[in-house]
Design a protein around this ligand. Structure first.
Ligand code: ADP
Ligand code: GN1
Ligand code: MG
Length: 366
């Protein structure tokens, strides 16, 4: 048993005494554990126990309020549709005092979920059917939350997808040049600067009320969808920490950026980076099968562009961190953030070249 976990487990309303606990999963943000508890009937039940990374999430109580409200809404919708609310959404297990989290003596924040059995998260999609199913799961997530008052959610990471603000911060960092690195990345800086005008597109549409404010997940990658072991379908969207008000386009764009990549995000040979149109088609088809009925015409129009914008934003964020001396993203080698920047730039170039075909694919499925 991982030391201290039995003490943490005692503060949650589990089925019985905790008999075993171990680290679980490959997440990069939180510390995740699985615990086994003895049930009064003589069996055992698993729970997922997570300690929230409060260096990134400075207000865990607000974050948990978001998770609580969103999962409650999802549960009602799933029940109304005759689905299984214990598997199709995350279910918080309350702490013994009724709160949605427990704060330990060292100041760490803990929460617990029912463990969803018979399903797995995958780092990479295993087939085009998998891509379709994951796309559909993100579309379903948005569909079930389409009538949720998004503006009532806490903005746990303010201006997370405010692309022009990200760009302005980047220009400031380049001007300050705290690590003396700007001269070595003139070409990358120029690439980003040439696309300055594009950064404002979605925030302007939101400001003008031409795009609706919705609940967005903000980490729409394949590893955040549990796939059912038996049916292969996208069962449950997990990792709800970054749920916030925003545009549905952020999640579609990020799912394309992460899901259609031909090479790893940190591939050192950037010439191998790019996007797969075949994967894009499967992702768009799955997403639109769930989302075409509630998205507005303007949202549908901007789906292909959203992939370009989020990839540009990600290039800006990685390059900003490189010039800033590697403060935000974990790095495992000196040029890690620069490698990441270059794959995003290469991917964006590829998207720009394939843009007409992306538009044609969306036109076919919308
Ligand atoms: P991180 O924010 O660190 O990525 P996640 O919330 O995505 O953390 O959880 C890490 C891993 O734990 C996931 O990739 C998934 O495999 C697993 N997981 C998360 N929630 C559940 C759950 N309720 N039931 C089963 N497995 C889960
Ligand atoms: C971070 O930790 P991870 O990989 O889920 C980042 C995302 C980026 C992503 C790029 C809170 O997510 O916004 O798209 O890296 N999360 C935060 O790999 O900044
Ligand atoms: Mg995750």
């Amino acid at each position: 048993m991982t030391p201290g976990l039995d003490e943490v487990a005692r503060h949650f309303c589990f089925a019985g005494r905790c008999i075993e606990a171990a680290p679980y999963g490959t997440g990069h943000i939180n510390r995740t554990y699985v615990t086994w508890c003895a049930t009064p009937e003589g069996g055992s039940r698993r729970y997922l126990l997570q300690s929230i990374n409060h260096n990134i999430f400075r207000d865990p109580a607000a974050l948990m309020e978001n998770v609580k409200r969103v999962t409650r809404h999802l549960r009602e919708k799933i029940v109304a549709a005759g689905g299984d609310p214990t598997r199709e959404t995350l279910n918080l297990v309350p702490a013994s005092n009724g709160a949605s989290f427990h704060r330990d003596a060292a100041g760490n924040y803990w929460r617990a979920y029912l463990f969803i059995e018979g399903a797995q998260a995958y780092e990479m999609a295993t087939s085009l059917q998998h891509v379709y199913n994951a796309g559909k799961a993100f579309g379903d997530f948005q569909r079930l939350l389409a009538d949720f008052p998004a503006g009532a959610l806490h903005e746990v990471l303010p201006d997370f997808h405010n692309t022009p603000q990200r760009f302005a911060t980047f220009l400031e960092t380049v001007a300050r040049d705290p690590a003396n690195r700007a001269a070595g990345v003139r070409e990358e800086i120029k690439f980003v600067e040439q696309r300055a005008a594009e950064t404002t597109t979605l925030v302007n549409l939101l400001d003008q009320g031409r795009l609706p404010l919705r609940v967005t997940h903000n980490d729409a990658k394949f590893s955040n969808v549990l796939m059912d072991d038996v049916t292969g379908e996208g069962l449950c969207v997990i990792d709800l920490d970054t749920v916030m008000p925003g545009s549905a386009l952020y999640d579609f764009g990020d799912a394309v950026r992460a899901g259609t990549a031909l090479a790893a995000e940190d591939e050192p040979d950037f010439t191998r980076a790019g996007m797969s149109l075949e994967t894009f088609e499967a992702l768009a088809a799955g997403y639109l099968d769930a989302a075409r009925d509630f998205l507005t015409p303007t949202e549908l129009d901007y789906l292909p562009f959203s992939a370009r914008l989020i990839t540009l934003e990600q290039a800006i964020r990685f390059l900003n961190d490189y010039v800033n001396g590697d403060i935000y993203y974990k790095i495992h080698r000196p040029l890690h953030n620069l490698d990441r920047t270059r794959t995003q730039i290469q991917m964006l170039r590829d998207m720009e070249e394939k843009f007409d075909r992306m538009v044609a694919i969306v036109a076919r499925y919308r």
